[in-house]
Design a protein around this ligand. Sequence first.
Ligand code: MG
Length: 372
Amino acid sequence: MRITGVELIPIRLPLVEPFIISYGTFPDVESVLVRLETDDGTTGWGEGTPDPHVTGETFGGVLETLRLLAPTLLGRDPLDRTALISDLDRRISGNPTAKAAIDIALHDLVGRATGLPVWALLGGRSRTHLTISRVVSMKTPSEMAADAVAHVGAGFNTVKLKIGDANDVALDIRRVAAVREAVGPDIAIKIDVNQGWRTPGIAIQGARGVAPYLPAYVEQPVDWRDLEGLAEVRRMAGVPIMADEAIHDAHDALRAVSLRACDLINIKLMKSGGLLGSLTLNAIAETAGYTCQVGTMVESSIASAAGLHLALALANVHTVEMGGPLMLAEDIGGLSDYYAGEMVRVPAGPGLGIEPNERAIERFAGQRIWIH
Ligand code: MG
């Protein structure tokens, strides 16, 4: 089997409501789909969803990087996927989101060709199903409490609060307090600061302030570059600390482990360059005794399915946040059918187990690029 064509499809998908976090408001999701074609007619789908605040990659940049990387795939056997991924790294450094799109497409392709679901390619199942949390955008305390109550009413036992205002940490603490009061003691609350508290001094104040409301963890309180600062917060805060923006790949994880910079690591395919990079990252975390989460940039069905397969395969993954399909007003892959309240079934068919809908893609696609 040889790869004979690579199609790049930029899409823009509307969200149910704007997604608001410490560093921005996002009305829709911009993503680049990759469709690989082979000489025996098998296809594989991937997706790269950039977050310029996290990896520095933009929508247009991911498309251009993929255009430059695609010729490396032509004529190659997708079963050589580890060699192929290494070749991409030799050709262009960094750019993990663009590479994740190719990595996911290669896994989908190999899964379809062999009849195996992606989780089987990653080592097999560690559990039978997954549960996810719902995210609450950064708003006023009462609005966030109302959103959290709505999610609990829809069957979620965990909510994730987006906060992070270095100029008003007291307001952040009131946000968490209002949600805890509204949802009661039995609902798990996760907190994501998205670097918003900036420095360790403010972050320690914030983390101690929210500690009485018993968060499961406080995620990425300080600037992503400051691993030493994150370690300081971890020692002083009295709540578990998760690293997100600070840890993209296995190299970052190794440094974080050596500094004991956090308790938990948020793995995202778009940071680690895809599934293979995530396996390496998780191996370091697991060996060091850190548990992981599989998170998302708010991705469509394709990358979200890949994240679900990864989470299903890794016993060291304790929390999952692949809620993208629930946040999209329109999707292109039908993955939302696999969600029921907080329970998610992972598609059981070959590859990612979903079939992207060409008619839906056509509605949201920009100019397609076909390389063959
Ligand atoms: Mg995060």
